[in-house]
Ligand binder design. Sequence first.
Ligand code: DHB
Ligand code: FE
Length: 258
Amino acid sequence: MDQERLSAIWARTVEKLKEVVREFRITEDELHEAGRYFDRLGQAGMCRSLIDVALAMTSVDVVSRTAGGTRPNLEGPYYAVHPIRPDGNLLEREPGADVPRLRLSGVVRDASTGRPIPGARLDFWQADADGFYDRKGSHLRGIVVTDAQGRYQITTVVPNDYSEHDQDPIGELFRAMGRTNTRAAHIHVKVSVHGESLLTTQLFMPTSQFLNRDYVEGAVSDDLTVKLESEPPLPNGTKLYRATFDLAVAPRMRSTAA
Ligand code: DHB
Ligand code: FE
């Protein structure tokens, strides 16, 4: 960040925070308590998460949104380098027969022309049915590429609500405020065309109990919540759902496909 921008942002931030100190007549002891809290937050490596929780969606809506395009959403902390899944299957191991499976498909389109975009890369990652991300391997992670008609399809599980902050300073803060620190179940997707990343968003599951109280402020919206349709169960009785979700992106180079 250049010096002028940094100085201007710092000055304005301090000015805004002074207003808060005056409004609540915050004491020096309370300021020091906040300082000790931020020390703990940093030692736990959680500063980025707290900034995301409070502010990332405002940035995303103001900076990353494109006209007519799918609403972007925060990247979150668990993006990684993923393998290509030629058959769209994100499962590296079979979960229990009681874990509902999901076939998600759709079309990637140019937001300005509505034309499908073949060869778009969609990078997916999500939590499992217990709300955990695979942070060592690539289970429930992977890249698929749209076909000649701009279509993609993945096979995965229905993710669950997510809370890994119960034991860390973020959980401590949210508990102290009487709020939950749970994220509504979602699937992350990043779309790139010709090597250029055009959209990072999240698709929310209608099965979530936390759609109206996701701890990331402003993350959940109706336009990013998929509809799950029941399909006939798999031969072993496992539940299967289908969902479609089309994505609209704004390529810098107009797509040439018909
Ligand atoms: C956090 C976790 C997520 O999966 C996400 O998408 C955003 C934020 C978090 O731990 O703060
Ligand atoms: Fe996430």
